[in-house]
Every structure is written in structure tokens, then in C-alpha cells.
Ligand binder design. Structure first.
Ligand code: KIV
Ligand code: ZN
Length: 510
């Protein structure tokens, strides 16, 4: 693809994203997040609004100092003190950008600049605001070479005034012109036409990059951004998880995966490493206390989960029947088949096989009936539930190993030590090991006695009944080579339950 086909990704999670109602990020979280955004390979990080508070100034200053790679941008109003604060906060950035701007819609002009010092009439105010914008861009250019201008509420502005404003600020030295749909009012055809109109009607537009900045009040932020790209924008602004003022901003993970998945249509690339999306998304959700909805496009927990029988059957035959992206491409480990009453036999069989259980047709028929009975009572049937059903229903596997005796010693000052005796293929063997904890010591002793090298993928424990004398049920997922099995053990002693589960898993590995 040609060099011009690259779309720059401008992340404003730390600025517009943090404007989401009820959220506030501390300086340390901001730096951690900026580091992750650099790993995601965004082109520009809008680090904050230095004039808004000493805390924000300090965060921008530290991000400018510490984060290498992306351009570091700071926001200002078209006010000299704001611009100077940006200049100071960005002084140590390798690649600084100041983002300044002013309202351009009649609603903003008459509402926010009603004071007579901005002019007495709408026409007078419009002329005055162009002069202020030009002065601001010039002032910012004295601090940095890269100045982005935002025409606030461009989505509702009179087009000819917007064109005039853009021409003036580009002449004053703006390198990027940002066309915000501040209130999320436009629809894709209209916003796309606005970007096309700018390219046609602003004579010096070739000297600047057009950036799109869309809000999600009508749920159209991503669609509008993509329409902007389709019509010549070369930079897209947005936030991780789409957080931001009111309904939020365009979700960057959706914009990027839209461009990537439909490269056939858009013919554009980005520098983003999408494998970092999942991690970044969860970091933002945790830091801001705003969980990601399960059905959220691209990074919701259900984005790669299949549940109904028809879908599961098709997906298992060929994942492309119901998936347009690979989960690993955005950082998920794998797709999920969620077992519910609607899943069907094929889904059940596939999951059982994954867990290491191979059932004959009659066994599967019986299991399916038992599965349905459980699924009717529960929202989702978990692997642990399936294991319980199988253990109940099917004859036990051949017992190559049997736990005969277990003694374990641990405490706050003792090194955890386990002695284990096993029946192993007709012989009795006994040995001891130390470990990081009692369960680890037991597992090391068993692995050494059986000379097995199973990898412990997962260990879960749950109380089967209530109270301190509860039965503990342990489930382990073990892997040797390509074989993956699940073992279970129950006892009122959780260490014994752990040992039984491990031995059960080894027996199933055969
Ligand atoms: O939505 C908006 O108009 C903004 C500007 C400050 C860029 O966030
Ligand atoms: Zn915004």
C-alpha cells in the first residue's frame, strides 16, 4: 500500500476519556496507561489539559518526559495562558504537539461568546473568533512545530464559516485540523460529506492533515469516524472502550478493527498492534471503574463467545461461519463456546473432547440429557459442572495411579513438605518433596514418583457444602504435549482433594 494510506491514531483516553462523568485518574495511573498506549503503538497520546489543574499539568509533564515513541499532545483553549502552560508541560517531549481551538457553530458562538468583547453581532463575533484562533495557533507555533487546531462543534457549524476558519488557521501554521462532532449530532453520510467539503473548499487544505473526532450521543461515533476516513481524513481520534463525555467518544478498538477487517473497503493501514487491545481495554476499565459491557464490539467478553446450537455447530465446522476476526488478533486467548440449554449436542461433544473425555454415541446421548437438566437450572454450564456429570455418569478411567497415603507439613515458619505414597501399576512407591506451599509440595512429590511432566494450567477449588467442615472440591487442568485433561478430587481436607484431583488428571492423561 502507498505511504498515504496510513491513518494516524490519536488517543484521547487520558483527556476526553477522563472527562467521563464520575471518573478521575491519578498521575501514576495516567503514566501507566500512557506506557500501555505506547505499547499499543498509537501515533499520538493526548496526555491532558495542563491549564485545567496542577495535577493535570504534572501528568502531562511526566508523560512528555517518560513516554517515548508517540507524539505527546496537550490541550488548550484559545487562551494565551493555556497555550503557554502546554508549552511548559511539553518542554521535555521528544515530539510535542499543542492542540488548541475554539467553538465554530452558531450555537457555541452565541452561547459561549455572548459577551460583547467578542463582538455585538453574530457576524462580528465570527470575525473576532477567527482572529483569536489565528493568534492562538501562532502563539502555539512559537512553542512547538506541531500545532493541531480544533473547530469545536464543527458538526453543527455553518460550513462556509468552518471553511474560512480552517483556511485562516492553516495559514497561521496549523499542521492538523480537527473536525469535532462535539455533540454526536451528525450521521455518517453527512459527516463524510463535511470532510469531503473541507477538502474541496479549503484552498490550503493540502498543507494540513484532517482529523476526525466524533462523539457517540447517537451511537454513531465509530460509523462517523469511518465515513470521515472514507472521505479523506488521515487521523482518527478516540478513546479506549469509547469512554468520554456523556455517551463517550469513538472507540479506538472498533475504529482500528473496522479499518483492518475491512481493508478491502477502506484500503488503509494503521500502526496499531491490536493484540494489545484486550490488555489496554481492561486496564482502562479497572483504573476508571467502568467495566466493559459483555457485548461490547471487539473487546467484550462475549465478542468471541458462541452459544446457540446453530451457531456453535457452524463455528465448530468452520469458525469463519460466525467470526470475522480472530480473537487472538485483539488479545483474547481463544473463542469461547458458552454452554447453555441452547448449545446442542455438537457443542457439548466438542467441549467434552477438549476436556479429555471421549464418549461413545450412547454415552453422549445420556450425557446430553443430564446436561440439559443442569442447563435448565443454570445460566451457563461450566467445565467443572461437566466434569462432575462425567464422573457421575461414566465408568472411572483405568487407575494407573492411586493415592494411598499423604502427609503434609507446613506452617508460617516451616518449609512446606509432602510425603506421598502411591499405588502405581501394581507397585507401591513413596517419596517426599518440598514446595512453595503444601499443594505445590504434594504435586512435586506426585510428579517425581510418576515421572510425569504434566503442566498445571489451572487450579480451582470450591466448597461443595457450607461450614468449616465443608467438602472441598478441586479441579485441575493438566496438559502434556497436545493432550489436555481435567481431573477432580473431593475431600474435607483440601490438600487431599488437591492430590486426588492431580492423580485423577494423570490417570486421564493415560
Ligand atoms: O469534542 C470536542 O469538541 C473536543 C475538543 C476539545 C477537541 O473534545
Ligand atoms: Zn471531544
Amino acid at each position: 500500500m502507498k505511504a498515504t494510506s496510513k491513518i494516524a491514531i490519536f488517543d484521547t483516553t487520558l483527556r476526553d476519556g477522563e472527562q467521563a462523568a464520575g471518573t478521575r485518574l491519578g498521575s501514576r495511573d495516567k503514566i501507566t496507561l500512557a506506557r500501555q498506549l505506547a505499547r499499543l503503538k498509537v501515533d499520538i497520546i493526548e496526555a491532558g489539559f495542563p491549564a485545567s489543574s496542577p495535577d493535570d499539568f504534572e501528568s502531562v509533564r511526566r508523560i512528555a518526559l517518560e513516554i517515548k515513541g508517540p507524539i505527546i499532545c496537550a490541550l488548550s483553549r484559545a487562551v494565551p495562558e493555556d497555550i503557554d502552560a502546554c508549552g511548559r508541560a511539553l518542554a521535555k517531549a521528544a515530539r510535542p504537539r499543542i492542540h488548541t481551538g475554539i467553538g465554530v457553530s452558531d450555537i457555541h458562538i452565541m452561547g459561549k461568546f455572548r459577551d460583547d468583547r467578542y463582538g455585538k453581532t453574530l457576524a462580528g463575533k465570527k470575525a473576532k473568533l477567527i482572529a483569536i484562533a489565528v493568534e492562538s495557533v501562532k502563539r502555539a507555533r512559537k512553542c512547538v512545530d506541531d500545532v493541531q487546531f480544533y473547530a469545536e462543534d464543527a458538526g453543527r457549524a455553518e460550513a462556509s464559516y468552518l471553511f474560512q476558519m480552517l483556511e485562516a488557521v492553516i495559514d497561521a501554521g496549523a499542521t492538523v485540523v480537527n473536525i469535532p462532532d462535539t455533540t454526536g449530532y451528525t450521521v455518517p453520510e453527512q459527516y463524510g460529506a463535511l470532510i469531503a467539503g473541507i477538502r474541496e473548499n479549503v484552498p490550503n487544505i493540502a498543507r494540513a492533515v484532517i482529523s476526525v473526532h466524533c462523539h457517540d450521543d447517537l451511537g454513531l461515533a465509530v460509523a462517523n469516524s469511518l465515513a470521515g476516513v472514507r472521505n479523506g481524513a488521515r487521523q482518527v481520534e478516540g478513546t479506549i472502550n469509547g469512554i468520554g463525555e456523556r455517551a463517550g467518544n469513538a472507540a479506538l478498538e472498533e475504529v482500528v478493527m473496522g479499518l483492518r477487517t475491512r481493508a478491502d473497503y477502506y484500503g488503509k493501514t494503521t500502526s496499531i498492534d491490536p493484540k494489545e487491545f484486550f490488555r489496554t481495554s481492561r486496564m482502562v476499565a479497572d483504573m476508571l471503574g467502568m467495566p466493559v459491557p459483555a457485548n461490547k464490539a471487539v473487546i467484550g467478553t462475549n465478542a468471541f463467545a458462541h452459544s446457540s446450537g446453530i451457531h456453535v455447530d457452524g463455528f465448530l465446522k468452520d469458525r469463519q461461519t460466525y467470526e470475522i476476526m480472530m480473537p487472538a488478533d485483539v488479545g483474547f486467548t481463544e473463542s469461547r463456546v458458552v454452554l447453555t440449554a441452547r448449545t446442542g449436542r455438537a457443542g457439548l461433544r466438542s467441549r467434552l473432547e477438549k476436556l479429555g473425555y471421549e464418549l461413545t454415541k450412547p454415552e453422549l446421548d445420556t450425557m446430553y440429557q443430564r446436561f440439559l437438566a443442569v442447563a435448565d437450572k443454570k445460566q451457563e454450564v461450566l467445565d467443572e459442572d461437566l466434569a462432575a456429570l462425567v464422573h457421575d455418569e461414566l465408568p472411572p478411567v483405568e487407575q494407573a495411579y492411586k493415592l494411598e497415603y499423604l502427609h503434609c507439613y507446613s506452617g508460617t515458619t516451616a518449609i512446606p513438605t509432602a510425603t506421598v505414597r502411591l499405588q502405581m501399576k501394581g507397585k507401591t512407591v513413596e517419596g517426599a518433596s518440598i514446595g512453595d506451599g503444601p499443594v505445590d509440595a504434594v504435586y512435586k512429590a506426585i510428579a517425581s514418583l510418576t515421572a510425569t511432566k504434566a503442566k498445571l494450567l489451572r487450579y480451582d477449588i470450591r466448597a461443595v457444602t457450607g461450614g468449616t467442615e465443608a467438602m472441598g472440591e478441586v479441579t485441575v487442568h493438566l496438559e502434556i504435549g497436545a493432550r489436555h485433561v481435567m481431573g477432580r478430587g473431593a475431600s474435607t481436607d483440601v490438600i487431599e482433594a488437591s492430590a486426588k484431583a492431580y492423580v485423577d488428571g494423570l490417570n486421564r492423561l493415560g
